[in-house]
Structure formats: C-alpha cells, structure tokens
Write a protein that binds this ligand. Sequence first.
Ligand code: IMP
Length: 195
Amino acid sequence: MSFCAGLSKGALRVHPDCERILISEEEIRAKVADIGRRISNDYAGKEVLMIGILKGAMIFLADLVREITVPVQYDFMAVSSYGASSKSSGEVRILKDLEYGVEGRHIIVVEDIVDTGLTLNYLAENLKSRDPASVKICTLLDKPSRRIEPVEIDYNGFVIPDEFVVGYGLDYSDRYRNFPYIMVLSPKVYMNEGE
Ligand code: IMP
C-alpha cells in the first residue's frame, strides 16, 4: 500500500481519509506533458478550443494548456454532477454554457474522469449539434468497468479500477480537489451516505 502524504511539504503524514495513493504527482506531470505533445502534433497548423468541464477538469486543463504549443483558447461548461454523493444520478443538465460559439472550430472536451459515460456522451452529442469542425475527447482518468454509455476517448491519461478517487481536481462533496495526486478515498468517508 502506498503512503498517503498530507498537504504539508516536507513533513509527510498519512491523511486519515486516504486509502492509498493511486497516481503520484510525478506520474501525472509526465502524462500531462505526453498528452500535450500529442495534441500539439495532431493540431499542427490549427487553432484549438479546449472546453473544460467544471469543476473537476480545471486543474488538469490548467496544466495541459501549458504543454500545448499550437494556438489555444479555452472555455468552460458546467454540468450537473454527483453533488455530495459517490454515485451518479444518471441525469445530465447544463448549468453553465460556453462563452464562445463553436461553429467551425476544432474543439477538445477536457474531463477529469469518464465513469458511466453519461456526461460525456450527452456533451459530445450536444456539442456536435453546434457544427464544430471537429470534436475530440480528452480525459485524465477512465473507469471503463462502470460504463453505461459508450464514449470514444481520443486522449486518455490513465485507466483506473472501479474505486472512488479524489485529488487533482476530483472531489467528494467539493473536498480534496487541491490534493496534488490522485488517491483512493477511504470508504469510511462515504459509508453512511444517504442515511
Ligand atoms: P459519468 O457521467 O458517470 O462518466 O461521470 C463523470 C463525472 O462523475 C466526472 O466528471 C466526475 O465529476 C464524477 N466522478 C466519477 N467518478 C468519480 C470518482 O471516482 N471520483 C470523483 N468524481 C467522480
């Protein structure tokens, strides 16, 4: 089992809500650089509009755009999420739409994690109906064992097992987003949810 470091630099301590660290800061950094290089190659000579899905993808998007060498704009959408729950409600609603129009643009939707696929399936269809030049999907994490709707992922960071993870933008009840690594949340944190 990996050691779960707290947030204080230097003095490492076990965070009580951490089951184990799944992906370290170094692994994330290397993967983000790799995805940035691939996007830069694939979009050579073009401008890309990256669409970050709030709030989970914010930290990934912020690091990723700094690894991309072609011209980039970014915008955000917010959709209904799990709220204070570790399970999907299955319902997707747009809470905040784009500032930019996407017609004729090359867009890349940036997500933190694809789980059931309901969110990205809905968003991809919604965005395609706005006549962009192209739509690609980029996610840091993929949990394929939980898929309900198929999602074609163009850029994927890590395939992970069916465990609830937090950190690097991912949350439980809006907490843990600021952790610099991805950790498996101790089930004791959400064990009594819904009671
Ligand atoms: P999907 O629609 O089920 O694919 O869910 C996508 C959204 O669910 C993600 O953007 C996350 O906000 C949330 N989510 C799914 N799995 C996890 C997890 O393990 N930790 C934190 N959030 C998750």
